[in-house]
Ligand binder design. Sequence first.
Ligand SMILES: Cc1cc2nc3c(=O)[nH]c(=O)nc-3n(C[C@H](O)[C@H](O)[C@H](O)COP(=O)(O)OP(=O)(O)OC[C@H]3O[C@@H](n4cnc5c(N)ncnc54)[C@H](O)[C@@H]3O)c2cc1C
Length: 495
Amino acid sequence: MTEEQSLSCDILVVGGGGAGLAAAIEARTHGAKVMLIEKSPELGGTTAWSIGSFSATQTPHQLSEGIVDTPDEHFEDMPKFAGPQADRDNPKLRRIFVDNANDTLRWLMSMGVEFFGPMPEPPHRKPRMHNVLPNSRAYIHHLGKHAQKIGVEIRCNSRANKFLMENGRVVGARCEMPRGITPVHAKAVVLASGDYAANRALKAKYISPEVSLVDAMNPNATGDGHEMAFPLGAKVLNGDVLSGPTLRFIPPPRKSIDRMLPPWPIVTKFMRFALKYLPDRLLRPFVLGFTTTSMAPELDLFTHGALLVNKNGERIIAEPAKLGLVIASEPDKIGYVILDRDSAARYSKWPNFIATAPGVSYAYLDDFQKTRPDIFSKADTVAMLAGALDMPPDVLKTAVEEHNEDCEYKIFAPPFYALGPAKSYVVLTDGGLAVDEDHRLLGENDTPVPGVYAAGSAGQGGLMLKGHGHHIGWAFTSGRRAGRNAAREAGINMI
Ligand SMILES: Cc1cc2nc3c(=O)[nH]c(=O)nc-3n(C[C@H](O)[C@H](O)[C@H](O)COP(=O)(O)OP(=O)(O)OC[C@H]3O[C@@H](n4cnc5c(N)ncnc54)[C@H](O)[C@@H]3O)c2cc1C
């Protein structure tokens, strides 16, 4: 590549997902000249792949429903999702998150983002989960538009690959841009480059060689920012923590209409109205018909009667949390979830759902039957179910018999159901670069590296974000703060 003339700005933001857009808008709002670079042809990142839930307390939604809740209670409840990993959390960053999540949600709303909720999600003691409407692309649509309006210079197809340094200070980044390699000089840089779910080497190093072979949901999540930061002495915290390898039902054959629904106010207002007032039987098929892309079966299914088989009908045995990993070495890396009448009945109403879902928050068996006929099968006998799935009937029958010998919840009452194919994916990795409470990147001896901040997944700093709605909340909350702090360090007169 040829070397282009250099460019300059006050704040360079690397990455155009949720954290990067939030950082760019805040820095620009505070008076900085901001350039945001995104390596893909369009903004979005994993943020645009997500379901889009956002958990927070004291929001307009909670208040309008009379829910009395506090950041303190949120702070106490978050570790309950992490189980034995709870003590590996970064409580200082968790405090920052819970104290600022409400303000961030309102800030997003001020830019036109609409939410439905709050929905319950135990062990949260109060309903805190807010779901973006009509889908997660709304974040990118509204923030991208706002960033452009206020004068953030957005350059897609532009990839940062190395920091520019001067006297131990980061002063920009070397970027691969459409016209060639371009040094972009900046007074400070915000790294908002996402996670490393699609980086085999980092997955092998921090997690395991087996996991490194599992595909990522977002193939662009290649941990570039992490690799850029290593020469500065940066380190990854909780590098082995991840979401996945997770079973996810394959996407619908057509492009999901949900992904295409425009986030216009008229659409989101109608959805909000419909979600609140339409009877469930009319609403669910409508909303879910559009929103079942990449939904994940809850692991709880497998402790309460569901059986997982491979494409040949053979039983896949592993503790539920390991099923995603094990399936990656099965033929075509796919599996089918088998249920009988009783387990189907169990997963037909709250609190036993098959998967979380955009819009309606939870999807039950009936929702799959109505809206995903491509992954739903039902038959009066196990042999007939095998026929519908193109599996040898005796193999599936053996799998069911073995399951019934071992498990408390049997598969014996017709009709029998199958959901699938489900594939295995690494959804995201939680190993973030170490940062301080101002989101400054920490280098050698845990000392902040002057001129560089990290936010979102890149700057997760050991924070445990288990449960739903915490990753997105962190991406926007930390992005805003990092953008603001970077502008301050750059000596911008804060407006
Ligand atoms: C299927 C799925 C569902 C999810 N659902 C939820 C949910 O409902 N709620 C929740 O809280 N979380 C959810 N998450 C997690 C959440 O989406 C992410 O944790 C969050 O969006 C991360 O935001 P980010 O801005 O840090 O990274 P990203 O959104 O990934 O943005 C990073 C951007 O940086 C760009 N980039 C990377 N390297 C470079 C480089 N060298 N130069 C320039 N650009 C670069 C990338 O292309 C990308 O656009 C989900 C994730 C997945 C995969």
